[in-house]
Design a protein around this ligand. Structure first.
Ligand SMILES: Cc1cc2nc3c(=O)[nH]c(=O)nc-3n(C[C@H](O)[C@H](O)[C@H](O)COP(=O)(O)OP(=O)(O)OC[C@H]3O[C@@H](n4cnc5c(N)ncnc54)[C@H](O)[C@@H]3O)c2cc1C
Length: 513
């Protein structure tokens, strides 16, 4: 990057929305720069429930646009990222006094059909099975629950590795020519002679770049970036709502997740996580302006344990919690009193600086709200909003697989069988985990490996030196947390001593570089 470089688009924020917009714009031929103050996905985009879902509960708030768009996106993301997105079956134990069966059936019927209708795919085109009612005891769908839950409903949504989705979008953006700068903070930006002059602070000090358009994708900091760094008055308001998850030893050995109704009418998920665990979440806690990294409170742990224990055969206690994480939802403020009811839909706010001729003012587009699920459509809408400045481009991201996702005619199981044949000395469980992280790009990590001894130092938890070096070289990994908790979840399977060894190894590599 040279000091006087002029970009078409400068994007502030390396969460899912910033990287999604960077990928889309770069693939349309724009010269793009993305600046992220910390690591990619270091904020909300690695702290989600990790569902690509229409959001069954949003039907109760009549969010039909959001649900339709999100349901259609399940199919798109399954096809462009089959390594990190996969179908997940949900079981909803029925409790008559909370919601009558007819209401749930009607909701699920709508859920089954909305996506296909809204996007003209034609009924029956969803690759996911339709919902149905089941006997929990007879069909094995009540595993881990109290025996009193006799009947329920099952339906499908999808699971996603949220942090990897962000990194792969960044990687694809870079492959299309974007400049991705992590550990680089936007410290100010102003309009000057029809372009944005953006000040970026990083390890090398402060430098300026120019851009024809600016995107504010700072997530929970969207408003504070406008107020403080950009010094612009904006009518858009953001509601910051913290959500936390706990990880406990797995409560059953089946593959399905539970969606549980709480007496406060909120829902809580129990999701199989990283083979050995169950993920329980989430909470809705309004918080003031986002400063440091959010953390789970004792009250949230108690709430989640209680919500799970109303259903589980074995009580889930705070002492069983092995790990937790929290994120802040940057929701668009629609004036709702109840934090669970605030819209999960996104709003894009275009500011052209009040110039009489809209084309004369360098545009600023701010992203309020959104879901991981709808990031790709959000990016397309963002490029639509900017089309006056960047005309004659076309949407393309629905058709090109994300890095590692080009499976050809194979499905995941077929790919795994092929890798098992090619690398017979490697443990199949480990190969499966590697393929889930990297898809067909796992080949680059395995290139030299005939046995696991070829993979360099074994750090434990399923992490080898060969993958660690790959993450540093190709995925902007800089410190141990980037690797252990975002590019992989190996940290969850390690001891403290093993995690420290990874930190030391990365520190030593940095010193040597
Ligand atoms: C508990 C919880 C559960 C959720 N579950 C789901 C789910 O299951 N499915 C789903 O679809 N969605 C879910 N979501 C919503 C989803 O996670 C968010 O909508 C999405 O991650 C927001 O992404 P973002 O890019 O806008 O923000 P972020 O991921 O927060 O990214 C913003 C980035 O901007 C950077 N930044 C800020 N200021 C600056 C600056 N001055 N300079 C440079 N960089 C800066 C930050 O460091 C940050 O990395 C959930 C959210 C939460 C909190």
């Amino acid at each position: 990057m040279k000091p006087n470089d002029i970009y078409d688009l400068a994007i502030i924020g390396g969460g899912i929305n910033g990287t999604g917009i960077a990928r889309d714009a770069a693939g349309r031929g724009l010269k793009v720069l993305l600046a992220e103050s910390d690591d990619l996905a270091s904020a909300t985009s690695s702290a989600s429930t990790k569902l690509i879902h229409g959001g069954l509960r949003y039907l109760e708030y009549f969010e039909f646009r959001l649900v339709s768009e999100a349901l259609a996106e399940r199919e798109v993301l399954l096809s462009i990222a089959p390594h990190i997105v996969w179908p997940l079956e949900f079981v909803l134990p029925h409790e008559r006094h909370l919601r009558p069966a007819w209401m749930i059936r009607a909701g699920l019927f709508l859920y089954d059909h909305l996506g296909a209708r809204a996007f003209g795919l034609g009924a029956g085109r969803s690759s996911l099975p339709k919902s149905r009612s089941v006997s929990l005891a007879a069909d094995g769908y009540g595993a881990g629950l109290k025996p009193e839950f006799g009947r329920g409903f099952v339906y499908f949504d999808c699971w996603v590795d949220d942090a990897r989705l962000v990194v792969l979008n960044a990687r694809s953006a870079a492959q299309h020519g974007a400049t991705i700068l992590t550990r680089t903070r936007c410290t100010g930006a102003r309009r000057e002679k029809g372009v944005w002059v953006v000040a970026l602070g990083g390890e090398g000090g402060v430098r300026s770049i120019s851009a024809r358009a600016l995107v504010n994708a700072a997530g929970p900091w969207v408003k504070s970036l406008l107020d403080h760094e950009l010094k612009l008055a904006s009518p858009g308001k953001v509601r910051l709502v913290k959500g936390s998850h706990i990880v406990v030893p797995r409560i059953h050995d089946k593959r399905h997740a539970y969606i549980l109704q709480n007496p406060d009418r909120r829902i809580v998920f129990l999701i199989p996580y990283e083979r050995d665990f169950t993920l329980v979440g989430t909470t809705d806690v309004p918080v003031p302006e986002s400063e440091g990294r959010p953390e789970i409170s004792t009250a949230e742990i108690a709430y989640l344990c209680e919500a799970a224990s109303r259903y589980t055969g074995r009580t889930v206690t705070p002492a069983a919690v092995l790990w937790s994480y929290s994120g802040v939802r940057p929701l668009y403020d629609d004036g709702s009193a109840d934090p669970s009811a605030v819209t999960r839909d996104y709003h894009l706010m275009l500011d052209t600086g009040g110039a009489a001729d809209a084309q004369a003012g360098a545009p600023l587009l701010s992203v309020f709200g959104g879901k991981i699920t709808t990031y790709r459509r959000l990016a397309e809408h963002a490029l639509d909003e900017l089309s006056r400045w960047f005309p004659h481009t076309r949407p393309w991201t629905h058709a090109e697989p994300l890095p590692g996702g080009d499976f050809g005619d194979a499905d995941f199981d077929g790919l795994l069988t092929d890798y098992k044949r090619r690398y017979p000395k490697l443990l199949i469980q480990w190969l499966a985990r590697l393929l889930r992280r990297h898809g067909v790009l796992a080949a680059a990590i395995l290139a030299a490996a005939k046995t696991d001894a070829d993979l360099g130092e074994n750090f434990g938890g399923g992490l080898y030196e060969a993958e660690l070096r790959y993450l540093i070289a190709n995925e902007w990994a800089r410190d141990a947390a980037d690797v252990l908790w975002r590019r992989t979840k190996c940290g969850l399977h390690m001891t403290e001593a093993q995690r420290s060894r990874v930190a030391q190894f990365m520190h030593d590599l940095g010193e040597a570089a």
